[in-house]
Write a protein that binds this ligand. Structure first.
Ligand code: PAF
Length: 278
């Protein structure tokens, strides 16, 4: 596996593959890799001739009071994992390569970026859209892989890719979960053992809402019940909401819906989501 930190070297490697007619897949990450990321790498490996993984802890997607400084950084361990998984190139741009002095451009996807996560983390999705647009331009992949755990992020990236005519096939991979159902996340490493034990209430609450709605129960009542259950389990709830799966706006009859939640336990903010039949 090549490890590349400068744009010229990245472009050279990719140009050589393109000349040989090879298809290139990108897996964008912020590192601290877990089995959720490795499922993206596996999917990319199956779909393309060459796999590029980027690791960049993107300062633009962290709010002023968020965990940028303490976000886990594990470059050596990540690099060993990726090499073992058959990744061809690890793209590790330093912050001054990604955002050179004078950087002044912002990619903002209105609507889908403004609700739920966007309402609780102002500017977050502008940071995500900006860095992903840059990564797409830098790597120029045929395909890019994102996890469904960050469902709204996936919807923002799909909207941006269509709106900007970016020639990248955006693919998603199912959320990977621990045995008890907790969605894998780099932030789970911050959970103290007692909070980790209680965190399973989050996927269980989503499952209970889906079951209640599936059995014909009132959606608003089921959502309110989930908020109560999470609060009783020690969570500070940001939202538990039912949304249109693509626009993240209000659910529309006959269209796929998504059930999404964000809540904090012991200072760690967790998100999760599941599909609901239309
Ligand atoms: O999901 C992530 O890890 C990040 O938001 C992404 C897509 C790599 C952009 O920084």
């Amino acid at each position: 596996m090549q490890t590349v930190r400068q744009l010229e070297a990245l472009r050279e490697a990719i140009a050589a593959w393109r000349q040989a007619g090879e298809r290139v897949a990108l897996v964008p990450t912020m590192g601290a890799l877990h089995d959720g990321h490795m499922a993206l790498v596996d999917a990319a490996r199956r779909a393309a001739d060459r796999v590029v993984v980027s690791i960049f802890v993107n300062p633009k997607q962290f709010g002023p009071n968020e965990d940028l400084a303490k976000y886990p950084r594990k470059e050596a361990a990540d690099s060993r994992l990726l090499a073992g998984a058959g990744v061809d190139l690890l793209w590790l741009p330093p912050v001054e390569v990604m955002y050179p002095e004078g950087f002044a451009t912002n990619v903002s996807v209105s609507g889908v970026s403004e609700v739920l996560e966007g309402a609780h983390r102002p500017g977050h999705f502008d940071g995500v859209a900006t860095v992903v647009a840059k990564l797409f331009n830098q790597v120029q992949p045929d395909l890019a892989f994102f996890g469904e755990k960050d469902w709204q992020q996936l919807a923002v990236i799909r909207r941006m890719t269509v709106d900007l005519n970016l020639a990248v096939d955006v693919q998603s991979v199912l959320t990977q979960r621990d045995d008890d159902g907790l969605a894998l996340s780099s932030r789970n490493a911050f959970l103290m053992p007692e909070d980790r034990a209680r965190a399973v209430a989050l996927p269980r609450a989503l499952g209970a809402v889906a079951k209640a709605i599936g059995e014909g129960g009132d959606a608003q009542e089921a959502l309110a019940q989930a908020r109560e259950t999470l609060t009783a389990a020690g969570f500070d709830v940001d939202y538990v909401a039912l949304a249109d799966a693509e626009s993240l706006g209000d659910p529309q009859p006959g269209r796929p819906m998504r059930l999404l939640a964000a809540a904090r336990i012991g200072g760690t903010r967790l998100i999760d989501n599941i599909a609901l039949p239309a």
